[in-house]
Write a protein that binds this ligand. Structure first.
Ligand code: SAH
Length: 230
């Protein structure tokens, strides 16, 4: 009996080891073929994308597709963004150690984890209660103790906080919510898809210098809408 238990333990250990190796391999291929080959050059972003186990951020039935070149459903009508978009938004936000980041739209928690690999701290807000809880549990289990998850409407940013070096909004709206611009630090960068919901939007980058905000319009993208809480 004991021998059987031992054999089962060894076999399941070997299997999860094999699966982790396999996912690591798929992740490295994703980084080469979807991230580096399309022009992402920031070494911190590339390392973070190599490290974060994306397959643990998608529903178990979709794990085999976790490293594919498209967004995936995470339930509640929401999606985890395509790997390239996550890398692109991360690179645009210029994360580095010492920076404080805010994300609106936690979803699975994947983008927050990628940022948290590089920045000092990440504050992230999610409107859907179930997604908030799931993301929080997942991020705890993976040891991300520099991420704070909060349930609520992110339109007004993080209550009582400001001076974020980075603000990423991972849901689309016709314009950037003014409270978010106020919470951006001097020298800070805000990245967000702007445009009508259910159509193609444009990724925009806002930078704040000497209190003045300038805007750059970038790629066409498609995101789920930023909704308003009650
Ligand atoms: N960044 C996520 C993907 C986000 S999808 C990831 O890495 O998985 C966009 C998310 O924004 C959805 O989960 C949606 O519920 C959430 N959302 C929509 N409107 C919101 C709002 N006003 N405040 C906070 N979250 C919002």
């Amino acid at each position: 009996m004991r021998l059987m238990v031992l054999i089962t333990l060894i076999l399941s250990g070997a299997l999860s080891h094999y699966q982790n190796d396999r996912f690591k391999e798929l992740r490295d291929i994703m980084v080469e073929s979807q991230i580096i080959s399309r022009g992402i050059t920031d070494s911190r972003t590339i390392e973070a994308m190599r490290k974060v186990p994306r397959h643990l951020f998608v529903p178990p039935g979709l794990r085999s597709e976790a490293y594919a070149d498209y967004p995936l459903s995470i339930g509640h009508g929401q999606t985890i963004s395509q790997p390239f978009i996550v890398a692109y938004m991360t690179e645009l936000s210029e994360p580095s150690p010492g920076k404080k980041a805010l994300e609106i739209g936690t979803g699975s928690g994947y983008q927050a984890a990628v940022l948290a690999e590089i920045a000092d701290s990440v504050f992230t807000i999610e409107l859907v209660p179930e997604l908030t809880k799931e993301a929080e549990t997942r991020l705890r289990a993976l040891g991300y103790d520099n991420i704070v998850v909060r349930e609520g409407d992110g339109y007004n940013g993080w209550p009582g906080k400001r001076d974020f070096d980075i603000i990423l909004v991972t849901a689309a709206a016709p314009q950037v919510p003014p409270p978010l611009i106020e919470q951006l630090a001097e020298g800070g960068r805000l990245v967000m898809p702007v445009g009508e919901p259910d159509s193609v939007q444009q990724l925009i980058l806002l930078t704040k210098r000497k209190g003045k905000v300038s805007e750059r319009r970038l790629e066409a993208v498609r995101f789920v809408p930023l909704r308003r809480g009650k």
